[in-house]
Every structure is written in structure tokens, then in C-alpha cells.
Design a protein around this ligand. Sequence first.
Ligand code: NDP
Length: 246
Amino acid sequence: MSLQNKNIIVTGASSGIGEATAKTLAKAGANVVLTARRTDRLKELKDTIEKDGGKALVITADVTSKDDWKDVIEQTHKTFGKVDVLVNNAGLMPLSFIENLKVDEWDKMVDVNIKGVLNGVASVVPDMKEQKSGHIINISSVAGRKIMPAGAVYCATKYAVRALSEGIRLEMGPKYNTKVTSIEPGFVSTELTDTITDEDVKDMMSQFEDLTPLQAQDIADSIYYALTQPEHSSVNEILIRPTNQE
Ligand code: NDP
């Protein structure tokens, strides 16, 4: 399936996987809507995409804000038309040991990684119902399949994203011809670990030093694959790890 002139919203487009995905999809001819909180980064990305001949719209938005989502949908409709694809990518990973009681960080992870994803789904489902087509890509993780120490809450959010993806697929696939894909990366070299504040976890992270991590582009390529399969083929899950990750 071609992405030419498809209208695609990418959350968390200001860095890492979201940024690489937006570039890749724009190069394939999609109109990309770049959302995140850091407007300066989004503007730089828009410039890069437009220099390469692509089309992009910047909308500063926090995925936890329903008002921001309303704005994202209104501006997308005005500039490009109906939403064809949502890449629900924004997320945080402040890993911590439960006994260190980083309760505010637990709340933030639930708000961004679960409620943020749901806000996105609620915002695009009306267009997909009306068009009887669409594709929702949710970024889960290997952490949505395997629980790790210091990851109780993060893993819970990523298990939730996988469960939501399958639940939404079951309803929206048969009735509204809408595809849902859960992307489940292992360790990817991005800014994600910058949100870790628990000193005990920072020590633990040294065990990943020998890994050859995935690059954000590897995940963008997986997303591109899922989005470009023929109409009748719905890629439900992609699990992708660095070759030397356990
Ligand atoms: P980055 O830290 O590079 O990107 C995270 C993105 O999320 C940023 O663009 C950030 O933008 C955005 N974001 C965070 N909070 C909010 C918010 N409240 N509202 C809107 N945007 C927000 O990390 P990655 O690219 O690695 O992460 C992308 C996704 O991939 C996440 O869901 C992560 O859990 C998942 N993942 C990552 C893995 C890895 O090893 N890196 C492995 C498996 C899954 P801004 O700060 O500008 O708002």
C-alpha cells in the first residue's frame, strides 16, 4: 500500500523513534503531523522534511491533554483533511525500584504511556469509523512481554499498550476495516533513559553496555513495513530486538 498523501499523526516526534519515523513516512510521500512538547525540535524536523520535498505540520501538544488532542485533530483536518494513520509513540521510561517509592514517576508513566495512548485512540477513531479504514500503530516494547527489575510500572504500561492494541484490533478490524499494530522494540539508542532518576537503576544500566543497540531507524523501518502491506493484510505485532540482547 502506498503512503502517498496519507495523513499521519506521529506523537513524540521531537526525538528518537518518533523523529526517525516521521522522516521515513514523509520520504514515502505521507503528510506528517509532528506533535510533542518541544516545539523547537519539531520545527527543525519540519525544516528537514520540507528540504527533502516532504510535507509536515507542527503542533505542540502534550498527549495527556484532551484539549491539546482536540487542537491536533482540528489543525490536521484544516491543513491535510481526515486522519489516515496515528503513530502513538510518545512515552517515558523513568525506571525505578518499587522500594524507592518514585510515586510521582509511576503516575507520569501511567498518564503518558497509557492515558496518552488512549487519548490518541479516542481522537482518531471517529475519522476511521467514518472512512471505514485507518491504521493505529502503538509503540509497546519487549517490556510489554517480559518484566524486568526496576520495570514493574513501565512494564505494566507497555503490557497495557499491547492489550489495548489487540482489543482495539478485535473491534475496529472486522467492523471498520481499521488495522492496529503493536511495535515491540528491545533496546534502542535514544534519549529514553534520560528520564531515569533512581541512582540504583543508573548503576544497573551498566549491564547494557555490551549491547549493540537498535537504532531509531530500525524501528521506523518496522513501522513503514506494517503500514505498507496490502489492504487485506494487517500486521498485528512486530517484536524486534538487538541481535545480542537476551
Ligand atoms: P525519546 O525519549 O527519544 O522519545 C520520547 C518522545 O516522547 C519524545 O519525543 C518526547 O517529546 C515525547 N513525550 C514524552 N512525554 C510526552 C508528553 N507528555 N506529551 C507528548 N510527547 C511526549 O525515546 P524513544 O524514541 O526511545 O521512545 C519512543 C517510544 O518508544 C516510547 O513509547 C518508548 O517507551 C518506546 N520504546 C523505546 C525503547 C528504547 O529502547 N528506546 C524500547 C521499547 C519501546 P517531548 O519531550 O518533546 O514532549
